[in-house]
Design a protein around this ligand. Structure first.
Ligand code: NAD
Ligand code: WQD
Length: 340
């Protein structure tokens, strides 16, 4: 059933792809974003890609309670998808209090406003980083949480706050989606990942090398206990992540309370696997040099995605080659990202 969905952080990487998917299946979309890590032009591209625009775009900080009240007063919001947050692990070690303020404070301000306006459906962006130094893979939703940096701690703290809220507010329905490593771009080439400054994540680093903006990849360690010694991750196409949010909204009324689901493929790829596939798909060589391990990195993070399949029939349909092809297509068409 089409609904009106508030998407916080809707101009960001995952948010913009999710807006396209929500518009495609008929929902009305209201975006709230302060553009601290995105630009307003993204929403024009969302409209172009989806064939129709979002219903409204509010430029505001999710911690701004008055702005939230205005959004809930103006629009008949049925459910909220909460992407707005800061997400750089390294930065979170340097400015942890800012991370608590925006990620945890933003979430509590949002749920307080939701509650006062009678809105009880929330899809929350969580992260595989909450599993930390996992001892056994693949990771199920019951694997113990062991965050190793302030960013991951903010996500785990939000999950616990939301679970507690659900225990005391019986009408609440919260789905926390733990994404593994989202990558790739919309296949049309209008939307993609456009990090500011030096990319933290590996895929935009690869596309920026391929387009000539960077010289070589530093492979952060080749002495992990993995077959080729480099870190293994569960890369997941951003279009599959967007589809996971479509599925979450379809199933949010299945039962009340808090539910947690992994969004991953269940397949791991090492850094060198990724480089090989990227080179094959794009035809561009990726020069690399092995350097020291990055502090805080772990050897292997791979999802057990069977719960999302069993509950919603959701499964990641796109492979690593598609992620590389689509990320490269976006970078080629937008060598400097969304900047003119
Ligand atoms: P992103 O930075 O591209 O998008 C976040 C958006 O939120 C941006 O448009 C930014 O301007 C906005 N924003 C940030 N702080 C805000 C605030 N205080 N008020 C209003 N808007 C604000 O990040 P993304 O990769 O799209 O991630 C979306 C969510 O998914 C985040 O919560 C992130 O922690 C989570 N997540 C991301 C990944 C990943 O690898 N990309 C993995 C797991 C979880
Ligand atoms: C992937 C692999 C690196 C860059 C982060 C967050 C996590 C989640 C997803 C938000 C690792 C290696 C990387 C480079 C490299 N985000 N690498 N050279 O660290 O798995 O996860 O993004 O929730 O919380 O921690 O992703 O893309 O940075 O790294 O060798 O220049 O690539 O060591 O093995 P990561 P990543």
């Amino acid at each position: 059933m089409p609904r009106t969905i508030l998407v916080t952080g809707g101009a960001g990487f995952i948010g913009s792809h999710t807006c396209v998917e929500l518009l495609r299946v008929g929902h009305e979309v209201v975006v709230l974003d302060d553009h601290s890590n995105s630009c307003p032009e993204v929403l024009e591209r969302v409209a172009k890609t989806a064939g129709r625009p979002v219903a409204a775009a509010h430029v505001a900080d999710v911690r701004d309670r008055r702005a939230l009240d205005e959004v809930f007063d103006r629009h008949p919001i049925d459910a909220v998808i909460h992407f707005a947050a800061k997400k750089a692990v390294g930065e979170s070690v340097r400015i942890p209090v800012t991370y608590y303020d925006i990620n945890v404070g933003g979430t509590t301000t949002l749920v307080s406003a939701m509650h006062d306006h009678g809105v009880h459906r929330l899809v929350f962006s969580s992260s595989c980083s909450i599993y930390g130094n996992a001892t056994t893979v693949p990771l199920t939703e019951d694997s113990p949480a062991a965050p190793t940096n302030p960013y991951a701690t903010t996500k785990w703290t939000c999950e616990r706050i939301l679970a507690d809220l659900c225990r005391h507010v019986p009408e609440m329905r919260v789905l926390a989606l733990r994404y593994f490593n989202p990558a790739g771009a919309h296949p049309d080439g209008e939307l993609g990942e456009d990090p500011r400054g030096v990319p933290n994540n590996i895929m935009p680093f690869l596309t920026q090398i391929a387009v000539g903006r960077r010289d070589e990849l530093s492979v952060f360690g080749d002495d992990y206990p993995t077959p080729d010694g480099t870190g293994i991750r569960d890369y997941l196409h951003v279009m599959d992540v967007a589809d996971g949010h479509r599925a979450a909204l379809d199933h949010i009324d299945d039962e009340p309370g808090m539910r947690v689901l992994n969004l991953g493929t269940g397949r791991g790829a090492s850094v060198l696997d990724l480089v090989t596939v990227f080179e094959e798909v794009t035809g561009r060589p990726i020069p690399y040099r092995v350097t020291a391990r990055r502090p805080g990195d772990v050897a292997e993070l791979v999802a057990d995605p069977t719960k999302a399949m069993a509950h919603w029939g959701w499964t990641a349909r796109r492979d690593l080659a598609a992620m590389c092809r689509d990320a490269w297509n976006f970078q080629q068409r937008n060598p400097y990202g969304y900047a003119p």
